[in-house]
Design a protein around this ligand. Structure first.
Ligand SMILES: [Zn+2]
Length: 259
């Protein structure tokens, strides 16, 4: 019965969810052409994403996929992250795969003089990327896109510890979230920034979206310093879905990982 209930929740979530394109989905759903929905369990789980739809081909055929076990291969003088976050949240949504906070226009990350606009951030429990073999109980992805569709993600790891006050503000909304329906969230720009550690040293590599269509050439920046989340906050998120929403580790295929 328990198992049945779990699957039925997933099935309902899948039916109701707006198809998620992870980074590119943002709020416009221009590319929602797939027919069979993807998930994290069983026949539609990560091992099968590549078979669900031709457009998900990269999920099985890609050679620069994310997540990975991040082990630096090159000591580079990486420039400090250039984050200009000036806007707060527009809305929060449970899209059936994660909880996502959409950001108002006006925040960006500058890379080589180009503005990658902050679109949304969302969560994975447990973490997707590992750092030198270490897993974390949670990971947040801050998803940025240029106007012509180039993608950059900043990943923040969470370790178990003190309750996270910004998360508390977001988590407060979780009980009232219906799958697929965006509601107001009320985070300020400062609160968005406070979800990241003060020390923003990072690992850099080229990877992919960690959800279908698993598109590549995503610029990944994994922050080295974790922030804290309480065990209770982790459980609250996990219980909302009832399954881990992390894609398994992918091959690095000798990718350069800078630090
Ligand atoms: Zn993600």
């Amino acid at each position: 019965m328990k198992k049945y209930l779990k699957y039925s929740v997933v099935a309902v979530a899948a039916l109701l969810a707006t198809p998620q394109l992870h980074a590119t989905q943002v709020e416009a759903h221009a590319q929602t052409t797939h027919t069979k929905h993807w998930g994290y369990l069983g026949d539609t789980g990560p091992m099968h994403w590549g078979e669900l739809n031709l457009q998900y081909n990269m999920c099985s055929q890609g050679k620069m996929q994310t997540p990975i076990n991040v082990v630096p291969t090159k000591d580079t003088d990486l420039k400090p992250l250039n984050l200009a976050y000036k806007t707060g949240s527009k809305s929060i949504i449970n899209n059936g795969h994660t909880v996502q906070v959409n950001i108002k226009d006006g925040s960006a990350m500058m890379i080589d003089g180009e503005a990658y606009k902050l679109k949304q951030f969302h969560f994975h429990v447990p973490s997707e990327n590992n750092i030198k073999g270490d897993k974390f109980p949670m990971e947040a992805h801050f998803v940025h896109a240029t106007d012509d569709g180039k993608l950059a993600v900043v990943a923040v790891m969470f370790k178990e510890g003190k309750a996270n006050t910004v998360l508390a503000k977001i988590w407060k909304r979780l009980p009232s979230l219906k799958v697929g329906e965006a509601i107001k969230c009320g985070l300020s720009a400062d609160e968005v920034k406070a979800l990241m550690p003060k020390n923003k040293d990072y690992y850099k590599f080229t990877g992919s979206l960690t959800t279908p269509p698993c598109s590549e050439n995503v610029k990944w920046h994994v922050l080295k310093t974790p922030v804290t989340v309480s065990k209770e906050q982790i459980n609250t998120f996990f219980n909302l879905f009832g399954f881990p929403n992390n894609r398994p580790l992918q091959h690095t295929n000798n990718r350069v990982i800078e630090e």
